[in-house]
Ligand binder design. Structure first.
Ligand code: 9G3
Length: 566
């Protein structure tokens, strides 16, 4: 490719609203441009990287025995009504009407479409297992698109779906695709971890997320400092046995705590450690109000509350709802004197508190010497808190540490949630009708491009791994007005292309500084600079990953390049 003909508008300055490196550099290097919030065009260089990631995905999906198809983005609302999701998804699901006023969803995912397709075409166990995938544009009307391709409203996803006649068959394909994902992210050069995850609204039990470690990652990973245990903090179970202190229960007392708002204030004011105090919070679980108690130095994990009730939505009750229910502000809440019909659940840690302290449901007052069972009743103790750094790892080995991650993949064992909803059944070997057992597997393809850019950059620009780089070699004649430099560069360009490399030749009439600045932004793995020593047959070669340069005879180029690109 000749750069004089390539469309790659580079920027000198950092775009104002781009907060993270990958977003800034993909814009500055002319790899993409924003059309609207969360909506991007891939320019030629960005599209080449996207295609290279897709190629890796296709190779690994084929190797895992999956077949590619392509489903429509326009999905009749009837399908989502059958699965019940037409009403359970809110503004995030983009909807439209056609000219006949029929309603459609713009595909956010394709469980409904694929399940009806397989339902209509597969009737016998002999046709199972079946694993199908697509690489296709998805639409999700994110409330706050951010970080460029990392959280867009129109993005490219590889979504796969598997159909089985037995749990063993699902387990086998799940493991095979799990391995395929590891291969994909390894080949993309990413530093990732597969973490145990929460299946959320998808149901099913086993699910893993593939997280790229990154300080700007939105997800928090709880991992063991000695074993391979790693889980999304949303679901990481807390494996702590709380020792109930043997101090005698004292007489409960209501004490004045004027202007003491937080647990820290109260524990300092009463000279009690935070672990003796407990927090009371009221949540709306679907449409029921529930009071949740956790120890003062812990935080309520709302996902665990949601999973305890199998609820669709769990959110904090509003101050108004709290006022109406308890006749006090959220800062003074406590279980003592709560309405009899208010369900109270508590984290296991609260059960071990002897002579604790809690809000008195009255501004400026707290109770001390509070003991569960005697002073208030809890309908259920459960693991309801977020795991914390230093907690023992749930696998019993080592202690928990946190890391931030970017979710680039998510695999689920779905079970029969969709096949039952959509009537996808097969006749088993005894002629009995059974619902198909399903798995589903997603990769954020455009998000993966951004994750790679996030991991591979320096002050000069992007530094693509050879496996996904838009070109393998960048040939730059320093001054195209000097015949020997221009001709030598053209020879090298032709020779490398003949050897099968994808080569970019900077044949522009630009100052050297401009050429090198653009080359640093593009991040092509090998750069060959043809300068003054061209007439001696000597060029300068630079490894963009390490930024090491060296002079070399033209004849030695192919060995050097082969070595860097392997
Ligand atoms: C929606 C909207 C957003 C969504 C979904 C549906 C996430 C939704 C979960 C999945 C599950 C798997 C197949 C590939 C792998 C992931 N956000 N999910 O179902 F309507 Cl607006 O997408 N789908």
């Amino acid at each position: 490719m000749r750069q004089s003909m390539m469309f790659s508008p580079t920027l000198r300055e950092v775009p104002a609203d781009a907060e993270v490196k990958s977003h800034q550099l993909l814009l500055r290097a002319g790899f993409m441009r924003q059309n609207a919030s969360g909506i991007y065009s891939f320019l030629p260089l960005g599209l080449k990287v996207l295609h290279n990631v897709e190629t890796i995905i296709r190779e690994e999906m084929e190797r895992a025995g999956a077949m590619e198809l392509l489903m429509p983005a326009l999905q009749p609302s009837e399908l989502w009504q059958e699965s019940g999701r037409w009403y359970s998804y809110g503004p995030e699901l983009m909807r439209m009407k056609d000219r006949h006023n029929r309603e459609f969803a713009l595909g956010a995912t394709h469980e409904e479409v694929i399940t009806t397709l397989v339902r209509d075409e597969v009737k016998s166990y002999k046709k199972l297992p079946l694993t199908l995938y697509q690489i296709q544009t998805k639409f999700r009307d994110e409330k706050r698109p951010r970080f460029g391709l990392l959280r867009g409203r129109e993005f490219l996803m590889k979504d796969a779906y598997s159909f089985h006649a037995s749990q063993e068959s699902l387990d086998e394909i799940y493991d095979r695709l799990f391995q395929a994902y590891s291969n994909i992210f390894t080949r993309c050069g990413l530093n990732f971890r597969a973490v145990i995850a929460d299946s959320g609204a998808m149901g099913g039990k086993d699910t893993h997320e593939f997280m790229v470690l990154s300080d700007i990652g939105e997800d928090t990973i709880a991992y063991s400092d000695t074993s391979s245990y790693a889980a999304n903090i949303e679901m990481a179970p807390v494996a702590v046995n709380y020792e109930k202190s043997d101090e005698a229960a004292k007489e409960i007392e209501k004490v004045s705590t004027p202007d003491q708002k937080s647990i820290e204030d109260v524990s300092r004011f009463l000279n009690l450690e935070a672990a003796k105090c407990f927090k009371s919070m009221v949540f709306k679980v679907d449409d029921k109000l529930v009071m949740v108690l956790v120890r003062g130095d812990h935080e309520v994990n709302d996902i665990k509350v949601k999973n305890l009730y199998g609820a669709a939505v769990v959110e904090l009750a509003s101050p108004e709802e709290v006022k109406e229910l308890m006749n006090c502000t959220v800062g003074s809440l406590g279980p003592i004197g709560a309405p009899k019909d208010l369900e109270i659940i508590a984290d296991y840690a609260v059960e071990a508190i002897v002579n604790g302290c809690c809000g008195a449901n009255e501004e400026g007052y707290h109770y001390i010497n509070v003991n569960a069972g005697r002073d208030y009743t809890v309908s259920q103790f459960a693991d309801l808190r977020f795991i914390q750094e230093g907690d023992p790892s749930p696998d019993g080995e080592g202690a928990i540490r946190f890391a931030q991650g970017i979710e680039v993949g998510h695999v689920f064992k779905l079970g029969t949630r969709y096949s039952e909803a959509m009537g996808a059944a097969y006749l088993d070997e005894n002629g009995k009708t059974q619902p198909m057992i399903m798995g589903c597997y997603g990769i954020g393809v455009s998000r993966t491009v951004a994750a790679i850019a996030e991991q591979y950059n320096d002050e000069g620009g992007l530094k693509w791994p050879a496996t996904v780089a838009p070109f393998a070699v960048h040939v730059i004649p320093v001054n195209v007005k000097t015949d020997v430099q221009r001709e030598k560069a053209e020879d090298i360009y032709a020779a490398l292309k003949k050897q099968g490399y994808d080569v970019l030749l900077d044949d522009r009439q630009e100052r050297a500084g401009v050429k090198f600045a653009d080359a640093d932004l593009f991040g092509i793995p090998v750069r060959i600079t043809v300068g003054k020593k061209a007439e001696e047959g000597i060029v300068e070669v630079k490894n963009r990953q390490t930024n090491e340069s060296q002079e070399m005879r033209v004849e030695e180029l192919s060995n050097y390049i082969a070595d860097i690109l392997k």
